[in-house]
Design a protein around this ligand. Structure first.
Ligand code: 5GP
Length: 212
């Protein structure tokens, strides 16, 4: 079986028979080329996608905008929103001390537009979503090899060595979880077009089966 065939072979989902709403979850180690893939997908998918804007306690990076890249919250604001049950999931990502979470209002923002809510979140958050929404379409984006992953991470030049080591450890752990996702797609070096096309095909077939 070729890699492309592996990538688009769905694993059986738990069919609850319930009419659940449209959610796509994409996870993958940083350095898997996620951001590029996500941006392209949101712009070119034939299936309407609205990217969920997560809340985080991480401080903004240069050029990041509140409400567009993230909702940047203080620890206290995050805690208050948690207490109000405003999140469908949240996690401390990379043992960084920073929290990230998906707001319920983001799902409604997508659904109100007749679109799929597109969540780019870590594995812990993804498992949480899977438990609540067993029909969510879950996709794990892999790098071709651990060596390639490390090369890409270092090539970005945005993280210090300690952060790189943490992210490598997280990535190794995350890979072990990849088979719990319904699909896994390998993002080959220089293969963004192919990756985006594969995911578009997955979404089209999921949309068709939802409408059946
Ligand atoms: P960054 O700090 O580089 O923007 O994001 C780090 C990681 O946080 C991303 O790779 C993404 O997987 C994860 N993340 C972003 N938003 C959320 C969220 O709402 N929930 C969870 N669980 N993880 C998130």
């Amino acid at each position: 079986m070729t890699q492309a065939e592996t990538a688009v072979t769905p694993r059986p989902s738990e069919n609850t028979g319930l009419m659940t709403d449209r959610i796509v979850v994409l996870s993958g180690p940083s350095g898997s080329g996620k951001t590029t893939v996500v941006n392209r997908l949101v712009n070119q998918s034939a299936v309407p996608l609205v990217k969920s804007v997560s809340a985080t306690t991480r401080p903004p990076r240069p050029a990041e905008e509140h409400g567009e890249d993230y909702y940047f919250l203080t620890d206290e604001e995050f805690r208050v929103r948690l207490g109000q049950d405003d999140f469908i999931e949240h996690a401390e990502v990379f043992s960084s001390g920073f929290f990230y979470g998906t707001l319920r209002t983001e799902l409604n923002r997508a659904w109100d537009q007749g679109a799929w809510a597109f969540l780019e979140i870590d594995v812990e958050g993804a498992f949480n979503v899977m438990r609540q929404y067993p029909d969510a379409v879950t996709i794990f984006l892999k790098t071709p090899s651990p060596e390639e992953f490390e090369r890409r991470l270092r090539a970005r030049g945005t993280e210090n060595e300690e952060t790189i080591q943490k992210r490598l450890a997280t990535a190794a752990r995350e890979l072990e979880y990849a088979d719990r996702y319904r699909y896994s797609v390998v993002n080959e070096t220089d293969g963004v077009d192919q990756t985006v096309n594969q995911i578009c095909e997955i979404l089209k077939s999921e949309e068709t089966s939802k409408n059946a």
